[in-house]
Ligand binder design. Structure first.
Ligand SMILES: Cc1cc2nc3c(=O)[nH]c(=O)nc-3n(C[C@H](O)[C@H](O)[C@H](O)COP(=O)(O)OP(=O)(O)OC[C@H]3O[C@@H](n4cnc5c(N)ncnc54)[C@H](O)[C@@H]3O)c2cc1C
Length: 366
């Protein structure tokens, strides 16, 4: 028997698990390391914050896969990896040996790095990752917001910060929301037309946008790099998709930011028996943004290549699409779409996003 260890139950691994229900891997023992009995689909989290979805609408339960396959689930976080010894260490100290390892554990918000940038963040802010923890805390914030109007500061002007600012305003109309976009404008990675739509959407929802950084947090206040101080009840940190710290010292080849360096086969450039997909990786042959869309797309090729190497067959190259459809929800069942330099917005875009997102959950709900 060969031993395949799946580290993390991210988007690509959900696909692999789904294929195992109909096509078992003969002669392979499979272990899944995942801290939660479900995968929370981040694309629907702003809709959950806005109140469009219940928590259950946004998750893919793992249990049906586990019931219908011989996969052993270890409900733990991985805390270390020794690529030379081929072992993964768990948060309870167990060492799990593997013949082939597949990593799909996503990015983290490194509390230490963020605390260095903004002292007080670890104590006073709500972090969007782990998304599970954020989603568990959100209903408590809503309950508080229904007692008295709250002042929110969303720190981070990327897609997540934008969507969350709009969603908060929709869920809690009495709240005041400020979006801090750091030293770049909101949506700086998007084409200018999309940036303009994002600014227009924020304005229409009375969200204050400040192109400045938060540099310290205390109870009830965010200090800004401009020298001003912002009164705030709920600071939400929506910056930083960092590589997990446990990859350092694993022996795997990593990129400059610490993400797993993978090749055209989604295989580690240093250790051929290690594969990886999603935001935890960095393709060395092509530059890809970190996004759920690319993580989902990597599911099928990762599955094919793991099946191939476990059967002693050569893996096949996977060329990701150059452009993907990006959909940004604006809180009030209105959304912005972009594909390369093309963009559009409206209620029909939200309808499309809702259909795609619900379709994704349905596809993997056994
Ligand atoms: C609020 C918000 C909204 C977003 N909206 C969109 C969107 O609309 N479209 C889009 O393309 N992208 C979106 N993103 C980005 C998207 O979340 C990521 O790109 C995507 O989640 C990456 O997928 P992944 O499969 O690599 O990892 P993840 O989805 O993070 O999955 C990783 C899994 O591994 C588990 N895990 C983590 N650490 C460990 C460990 N040490 N051991 C074992 N298991 C572990 C986690 O619990 C999780 O289940 C959004 C992000 C946020 C924060």
């Amino acid at each position: 028997m060969k031993h395949l260890v799946m580290l993390g139950a991210g988007h690509a691994h959900v696909h692999l698990l789904s294929t195992l229900t109909t096509q078992a891997l003969a002669g392979v023992e499979i272990t899944l390391i995942a801290p939660y009995p479900r995968q929370l689909y981040s694309g629907m989290v702003p809709g959950f914050v806005a109140g469009h979805y219940a928590f259950e609408d946004c998750v893919i339960p793992l249990e049906p896969f586990l019931k219908n396959t011989s996969v052993t689930w270890l409900r733990h976080n991985a805390t270390a990896l020794d690529a030379a010894q081929r072992t993964v260490t768990l948060d309870d100290g167990q060492n799990i040996p593997y013949d082939v390892l597949s990593i799909n554990s996503g990015p983290v918000q490194d509390r230490q790095k963020i605390e260095q940038l903004m002292p007080g963040a670890a104590e006073h802010a709500l972090f969007v990752r782990p998304i599970e923890r954020f989603a568990a805390l959100w209903p408590k914030v809503v309950a508080m917001g229904q007692q008295k109007p709250l002042r929110f500061a969303i720190i981070g002007g990327g897609a997540a910060g934008f969507e969350l600012a709009c969603a908060v305003t929709h869920r809690l109309p009495a709240a005041s929301v400020t979006l801090l976009s750091g030293d770049t404008p909101v949506g700086a990675n998007y084409p200018t037309a999309v940036q303009a739509m994002m600014v227009q959407a924020l304005k229409a929802r009375h969200i204050t946008v400040l192109q400045t950084s938060a540099c310290a947090l205390t109870a009830g206040e965010v200090s800004l790099s401009s020298g001003a101080r912002l009164a705030c009840d709920v600071p939400i940190i929506a910056i930083g998709a960092h590589a997990p710290g446990w990859l350092q010292g694993s022996g795997l080849a990593l990129d400059e930011q610490g993400f797993v360096a993978v090749d055209v086969f989604q295989r580690s450039t240093s250790h051929p028996h290690v594969f990886a997909a999603g935001d935890v990786t960095s393709r060395q042959d092509v530059s890809l943004p970190k996004s759920g869309v690319y993580a989902v797309r990597a599911g099928a090729p990762l599955t094919r290549n793991l099946r191939a190497v476990l059967a002693g067959i050569q893996p096949a190259p996977y060329i990701p699409p150059k452009k993907t459809l990006n959909l940004l929800s604006c809180g009030s069942r209105h959304a912005i779409a972009s594909w390369g330099n093309w963009s559009a917005q409206g209620r029909w875009v939200w309808w499309l996003k809702n259909r795609i997102d619900r379709g994704f959950i349905k596809k993997y709900s056994v």
